[in-house]
Design a protein around this ligand. Structure first.
Ligand SMILES: [Zn+2]
Length: 437
């Protein structure tokens, strides 16, 4: 499975080849040395706004992960275009050090695992510093993971777990009860405030017919602004709207909760736009597709619904099932600490998809004519899953649609490879905190 390649962006100068070779010889001969080149400009930009910086950051972390899983080593980064006396590493530190800290699997310190410094060359009595950054990486005590491709829940949010959290969870999961959710069925009155609110097991998303048409226009497959509203909506695009709202990631968080959890589309957070808040609001990492309305949240969630015909409803259910089985991977813990991957039908055994027709307040459905009705759509994980669920997204283009943890290492042929998922499970369990039984 050596289908993973680091993109080194070698700057191509003879000077760089010569210097890198020289540095290689100075480092411990036994260890793995990996080199790459980056422009100095790139180092000081934000990975959120600059594509070059983002790519550099990802590659850098992938190499560091692979070095940790290959008994340690060094990464040498040539920074070309650097002003002579600019030796501050502030930009670089801010770019990678939190993520580097996150991939330490045990309780050892960051400073025990990494060291970064400019390469220094001794000339007689003086020391010459070269624009080559050397990062010394200590080996992992179990396995280092670049991206778990699974998230854990906060209340109303999802975050990256630590290796130790994953491992401790997996070690305890076999004995856990699969509690099924006993919830009272809420009413879905259109335009009314609902008592549903976000929590660890509830996520609410805005999705309207306008949002869907907007997405279809962008894809060039939908109605143009002047076209009539009767142009059929493509249900695969509607299903993609669920993915853009992070449905696969939330399913991974719900699968770890005793009663599972629910993702609702078609419920809007009401915002007060009459008065703009004076304080500059913190930028959220919301997906670019989510419609952003300025204003202060009022704390009220409004039932809106999505207009669908009976046929569209049936199609959408199938598309949602398909996208869930394609974009999530389920590995069940079975006897003797082994793991088995679920097939599509088994995955869907853990998933409920419900279409709640909206009502008009008198217990009657809001029929839009032509057999159309408005629905709030609920996608749930119906119980806890004794194992681990992964999602896939487009953040790692070399492995699209493979919902697996991304953990790298160098093979014996010094090629880079993704650690096999079943093997990864066995290695990650070693990072667990011993449980009291
Ligand atoms: Zn170079």
């Amino acid at each position: 499975m050596a289908d993973f390649r680091f993109n080194k962006h070698f700057c191509g100068t003879e000077e760089c080849s010569r210097t890198t070779d020289k540095i290689r010889q100075k480092l411990k001969s036994s260890e793995m040395v990996y080199n790459m080149c980056v422009s100095y400009q790139c180092l000081f930009k934000s990975a959120k706004t600059n594509m070059g910086t983002k790519r550099f950051k990802n590659e850098c972390l992938q190499v560091i992960c692979a070095l940790r899983n290959s008994n340690g080593g060094s990464l040498v980064i040539h920074t070309y275009g650097k002003p002579d006396m600019a030796w501050s590493l502030d930009g670089f530190d801010q770019l990678v050090n939190e993520d580097c800290s996150m991939v330490i699997e045990d309780d050892t310190l960051y400073t025990d695992n990494y060291e970064r410094k400019w390469f220094e060359e001794l000339h007689d009595d003086s020391v010459a510093r070269l624009p080559y950054l050397v990062i010394i990486v200590e080996p992992s005590s179990s396995i280092s993971t670049y991206d778990f491709k699974t998230k854990v829940a906060l209340d109303g949010a999802k975050v990256r777990p630590t290796a130790r959290q994953i491992a401790t969870y997996l070690c305890g999961v076999a004995g856990k009860k699969r509690k099924t959710q006993a919830e009272s069925e809420p009413k879905f009155e259109e335009g009314k405030i609902t008592n549903i609110y976000e929590s660890r097991n509830v996520q609410l998303k805005r999705l309207s017919n306008e949002d869907i048409e907007e997405k279809m226009r962008k894809r060039g497959s939908g109605p143009t602004p002047s076209a009539s509203r009767d142009v059929p909506m493509a249900m695969d695009i509607v299903a993609e709207c669920f993915v853009a709202r992070s449905l696969p990631e939330y399913l991974t968080t719900f699968s770890k909760l005793p009663g599972g959890g629910s993702f609702y589309c078609g419920i809007n957070e009401r915002k007060d736009t009459s008065e703009e808040p004076k304080i500059k609001r913190k930028k959220t990492q919301s997906s670019p597709e989510t419609q952003h309305i300025e204003g202060t949240k009022t704390g009220e969630n409004i039932i809106a619904g999505i207009e669908l015909t009976e046929q569209q409803k049936q199609d959408l259910e199938k598309k949602l099932q398909r996208i869930i089985t394609k974009k999530t991977g389920w590995y069940k813990k079975v006897n003797d600490g082994k793991y088995e991957q679920l097939d599509d039908d088994s995955i869907l055994g853990y998933i409920d998809i419900k279409f709640h027709p909206t009502e008009n307040g008198h217990g009657q459905g809001t029929d839009m004519g032509q057999g159309k009705r408005k629905y709030v759509i609920q996608v749930s994980v119906n119980s806890m899953f004794n194992g681990m669920v992964f999602y896939t997204d487009d953040s790692y283009p070399a492995q699209l649609n493979r919902p697996i943890p991304l953990s790298f290492r160098f093979s014996d042929e010094k090629k880079e490879e993704i650690v096999d998922t079943i093997e990864w499970f066995n290695l990650i369990e070693k990072a667990a905190t011993p449980l009291e039984r």
